[in-house]
Design a protein around this ligand. Structure first.
Ligand code: GLY
Length: 309
């Protein structure tokens, strides 16, 4: 079976030049995953390797360079899911680690649980040998201060809600990284990682670590979502897309439908999907969602800042 991989760097309001720059990192992540898949490696190994590279790239809102919460801390969410077994692992609001996706995988493989959050997730990471690490970059620190000042000047959004805040400052919602893959053996997997929304309340957990919301994988499809986490959580966008593929939709139809279902609830999201034949789907209702894929048929890496359609 011909393997397939697609990665995204987050749906949102990107500066067009930064969105172009993001394609380099996304292409490298897709290439790394492709190399693993082409030597017979698992979809799970491929998506985790791709997400680790994106977490380590300061351009993306995940791992190093994560967006900061209201208290100026990087609290990160990540998850992995193996479509062969429905095994899933996740961390929510974890601090002080370099690669949350690796901790999420460890939760899946070394515990009886699906998700660990907050201080417990951090303690687990230390116990598993992940060293202390500060993922906060100088650029994010400056960005955080600028947004705090803007907020202090103009007050919160409508009714003081996060949604109101996002409507007023669309730049607050920026990014998540994710990868979905099919391997030579027919297995599907998904992985997603994020710093979440800038100025979120401390302790807020978004869609990214929740199976069915930000990440999902079955024997039919794998999906990774990005964008406004609360909306994706309510509609379980990734599960929705995988179920639609199982019901006969193409990966592209399932992606389009998952994003369309979010629209009446505020939208601001994107999704990538791969099915059991290696066909991919990409949809977003935001200006940009940089992504890169290597499709079936031996084609090279294709990288775009938004969907071509
Ligand atoms: N989709 C990422 C978040 O809302 O945290």
């Amino acid at each position: 079976m011909e393997p397939s991989i697609i990665v995204h760097g987050g749906a949102g309001r990107w500066d067009p030049e930064e969105a172009e720059s993001a394609l380099e990192g996304l292409g490298a992540a897709a290439e790394t995953a492709r190399a693993i898949l082409s030597r017979g490696g698992s979809a799970l190994d491929a998506v985790v390797a791709a997400v680790v590279l994106l977490e380590d790239d300061v351009l993306f809102n995940a791992g190093t360079g994560s967006a900061l919460n209201l208290a100026g801390e990087a609290e990160m969410d990540a998850s992995v899911m193996d479509g062969r077994t429905l095994a899933a692992g996740a961390v929510g609001a974890i601090k002080g680690v370099r690669n949350p996706v690796l901790v999420a995988r460890r939760v899946m493989e070394s515990t009886d649980h699906v998700m660990l959050a907050g201080e417990g997730a951090g303690r687990f990471a230390r116990a598993m040998g992940f060293p202390p690490y500060d993922p906060v970059t100088p650029r994010r620190r400056v960005d955080h201060l600028e947004k705090l000042e803007a907020l202090a000047r103009e007050g919160p959004g409508e009714q003081g809600t996060l949604r109101g805040l996002l409507e007023k400052y669309p730049g607050l919602a920026c990014g998540t990284v994710g990868a979905v893959a099919l391997d030579q053996h027919g297995a599907l997997a998904a992985a997603t990682s994020t710093g979440g929304i800038t100025l979120k309340l401390p302790g807020r957990v978004g869609d990214t670590p929740i199976p069915g919301a930000g990440t999902y994988a079955t024997s039919a499809a794998a999906a990774s979502a990005t964008g406004h986490g609360e909306t994706i959580l309510r509609l379980l966008a990734s599960r929705h897309a995988c179920d639609r593929v199982a019901g006969g939709a193409t990966a592209q139809q399932a992606s389009d439908e998952a994003i369309a279902a979010l629209a009446p609830h505020g939208g601001h999201a994107g999704i990538i999907v791969v099915d059991a034949a290696g066909r991919i789907g990409v949809a977003h209702d935001t200006d940009f969602m940089p992504h890169a894929h290597c499709g079936v048929g031996g084609a090279g890496i294709t990288a775009r800042t938004r969907t071509a359609r």
